[in-house]
Write a protein that binds this ligand. Sequence first.
Ligand SMILES: Nc1ncnc2c1ncn2[C@@H]1O[C@H](COP(=O)(O)OP(=O)(O)OP(=O)(O)O)[C@@H](O)[C@H]1O
Ligand SMILES: [Mg+2]
Length: 357
Amino acid sequence: MARIRFENLRKAFKDVVVIPRLELTIHEGEFFTFVGPSGCGKSTILNIIAGLEPATEGKIYFDDKVVNDLSPKERDVAMVFQSYALYPHMTVYENMAFPLKMKKTPKKIIEGDVERVASIIGLKELLQRRPKELSGGQRQRVALGRAIIRKPKVFLMDEPLSNLDARLRVEMRAELKRLHQGLRITTVYVTHDQAEAMSLSDRLAILNRGEIQQCGTPMEIYQKPLNIFVAGFIGSPPMNFFRCAVKRHQPLEIDLNGFNLSPCVESMPQGDSVVAGIRPEDIIVSEQRIEKDIEDTGNVELVEPVGSFSWVDVRWGGIKARGILDVKEKPAIGGHVMIRVKKDKVFLFDPDSGRRL
Ligand SMILES: Nc1ncnc2c1ncn2[C@@H]1O[C@H](COP(=O)(O)OP(=O)(O)OP(=O)(O)O)[C@@H](O)[C@H]1O
Ligand SMILES: [Mg+2]
């Protein structure tokens, strides 16, 4: 197991700077995720940890040792990629045994290890099959098994579940989490899927253009997003954002769609407007009266049932908002509904810097 530390890391491809400056410690045994939109530098960071890509500047430490000049093999990392390239002519057993064979491990030990890992990840019945005789999820498990069997210092995973269908992805997600809880090997995971990042990670870093926007536990990030980017990226469906006029600065009073709010903020807005952010799950829509806090009426534009509740788009005065609706309620499109927002569920952001106030 290892702690991974980046000190002043910079990465450029020729004159294109991909990671301007990364300063971060990933704790020993932690499940740490980099999440962010396509092209933000996630795979680049993972490849730098693996030793597949050199850093342009700065140092990478495993515990207290600088590893910049070590080869991938010397770093003792196991990487699982999105395309899990198994050897097609080998059986599941041979695929999993391969890394041990390369290390000249005695046959008896290999047999024991393959057996043990195969039972951990539920492949015992499939050891004699070839990859083409397996489902996508089973292949993914073999690739994981092949990574686990080496007992590496660090696991690196680059979108390992993105080839799987939605159900398998959720199943494998749980499996990965169980696996990590059992092995406690430092795992660095990369995904663009915020739900995956939230459910798997001990901590995550949200990246945008190679820069960490926020780093913390899933709950910290969900409850206290530092800026509009993070607030809009984490949570599904995404947070609603509304531009609001500042009516008074001291004490702060804003106009949210005709309602006067005096929200608690840590810092005062500079200009004469703010951006209010409200998560869809905090905008309660109903055909019944719901007296509390901000309460208003609106008109239904779209209802999207998702099982135990429905998402609903409403036209609320001059704005359009997404809220939540009890699944038993089935208002007509254009129908009149009540809208309720708890005042303490409103986030405020500075429109220029994007920072939460
Ligand atoms: N070998 C390379 N040469 C030049 N530019 C590169 C190279 N590899 C990556 N890049 C650029 O660096 C940026 C980050 O790429 P990276 O693959 O790390 O993104 P990512 O976050 O993994 O994206 P995705 O979610 O699409 O996989 C991109 O703009 C990409 O075009
Ligand atoms: Mg990538």
